[in-house]
Design a protein. Structure first.
Length: 279
C-alpha cells in the first residue's frame, strides 16, 4: 500500500475499504496539533492502528480522555486500579472470546460510544486478529429502494443478556448492569457528525425494527447483517505487542477472531462516549 503523508506522521492504508496504520509516532509525546491530525486520520480511515507503544495505564487513560468522556460498559468490571479500562482476557482454558460476533460497541446503550481503543498487552503466537467492516460502503451499496425503506426506521438494540452467554469467558470480570439502560432504539441509518456521510448502523445487538413485528423485522435485519460484512468492505488488523487500534463505532462493525484456542490474549479497552440523538 502507498504511504500517505500527513504533516506530523505518515500512514499506511490497511485495505481498500478502510483502515490505516500510523507510522513512527509516540503517544506519550504528542502536541495538540499532532493529536488533531490523529483524529483526522481516524475520520479519514475509520480504523487506525498505532504500533509500538509503551504506555502505563495512567498514560493510556490520559490519552483516552483526550477523545472525550469515557463510556462505561455495563456488563463487566474495569481494572481495580483504573475502572475506566476494561480488560479483555481469554486465557488458555477459556472457551469463549469476547467480541466474537459482528457488532458495534455499546449500540444497546442510550448514548452509544463514538470510539473504542484497544491496547495489546499479551498475544497468542498466532491468530487473534480483529476484522472491521465499513458501514459507509454498506449503506452506499444498498439499492435506492432499500435506502428509502430504512431512512426513517429505528432498530431495537439489546445488550448481552443473559450473562450466561459469557460462561466460557470465566476470566472476564462480569457484573450485573443494574439500572443501566441496555435496550435502546437508534436510527438504522446514521449521519456521521464529522464526515457527514450516511452509514448503516447494524450489528449483533440489533434484534428488531420499531413498528414491525419480530417476524417482519428478522428477514430485513438478517439481510443487512449479511450485506454489511461483505469481504470487499473489510480490513483485517493484525496485532503486535504494544499495538493500539482505535475505531469509529458510528461507521464500522468489528469482529474478534477466535482462532487461538489454548493460548492467552489480554487487551485493555477504553470506550469514548458518543453524541446524543438525533444523528
Amino acid at each position: 500500500m502507498k504511504i500517505i503523508k500527513y504533516k506530523n506522521f505518515e500512514v499506511r492504508p490497511l485495505a481498500g475499504a478502510l483502515g490505516a496504520e500510523i507510522l513512527d509516532i509516540n503517544l506519550n509525546k504528542i502536541e495538540d496539533e499532532t493529536f488533531n491530525e490523529i483524529y483526522k486520520a481516524f475520520i479519514d480511515y475509520q480504523v487506525i492502528g498505532i504500533p509500538n507503544q509503551k504506555l502505563s495505564s495512567d498514560e493510556y487513560l490520559e490519552f483516552g480522555r483526550r477523545w472525550g468522556k469515557i463510556h462505561h460498559y455495563p456488563y463487566m468490571k474495569g481494572l481495580e486500579s483504573h475502572p475506566e479500562i476494561l480488560e479483555i482476557l481469554k486465557t488458555e482454558t477459556d472457551t469463549y472470546a469476547f467480541g466474537n460476533v459482528w457488532h458495534s460497541d455499546g449500540s444497546f446503550t442510550e448514548v452509544p460510544p463514538k470510539a473504542t481503543m484497544l491496547y495489546a498487552q499479551e498475544l497468542p503466537p498466532a491468530g487473534g486478529d480483529t476484522l472491521f467492516a465499513d458501514m459507509y460502503q454498506a449503506y452506499d451499496t444498498l439499492s435506492d429502494t432499500m435506502k428509502n425503506i430504512l431512512d426513517n426506521l429505528k432498530g431495537l438494540y439489546v445488550g448481552d443478556q443473559p450473562l450466561a452467554q459469557f460462561s466460557g469467558a470465566k476470566s472476564m470480570k462480569q457484573k450485573n448492569p443494574g439500572k443501566t439502560q441496555v435496550k435502546s432504539y437508534h436510527p438504522i441509518i446514521r449521519t456521521h457528525p464529522d464526515s457527514k456521510n450516511k452509514a448503516l448502523y447494524i450489528g449483533g445487538h440489533t434484534v428488531e425494527i420499531e413498528g414491525m413485528s419480530r417476524e417482519e423485522s428478522v428477514p430485513i435485519i438478517n439481510y443487512l447483517k449479511s450485506h454489511s460484512t461483505r469481504p470487499e468492505f473489510i480490513c483485517r488488523f493484525k496485532w503486535e505487542p504494544g499495538s493500539i487500534a482505535i475505531w469509529d463505532n458510528r461507521c464500522t462493525q468489528h469482529y474478534a477472531v477466535d482462532d487461538y484456542a489454548g493460548f492467552r490474549r489480554r487487551m485493555h479497552r477504553i470506550t469514548i462516549l458518543g453524541e446524543e440523538a438525533p444523528y
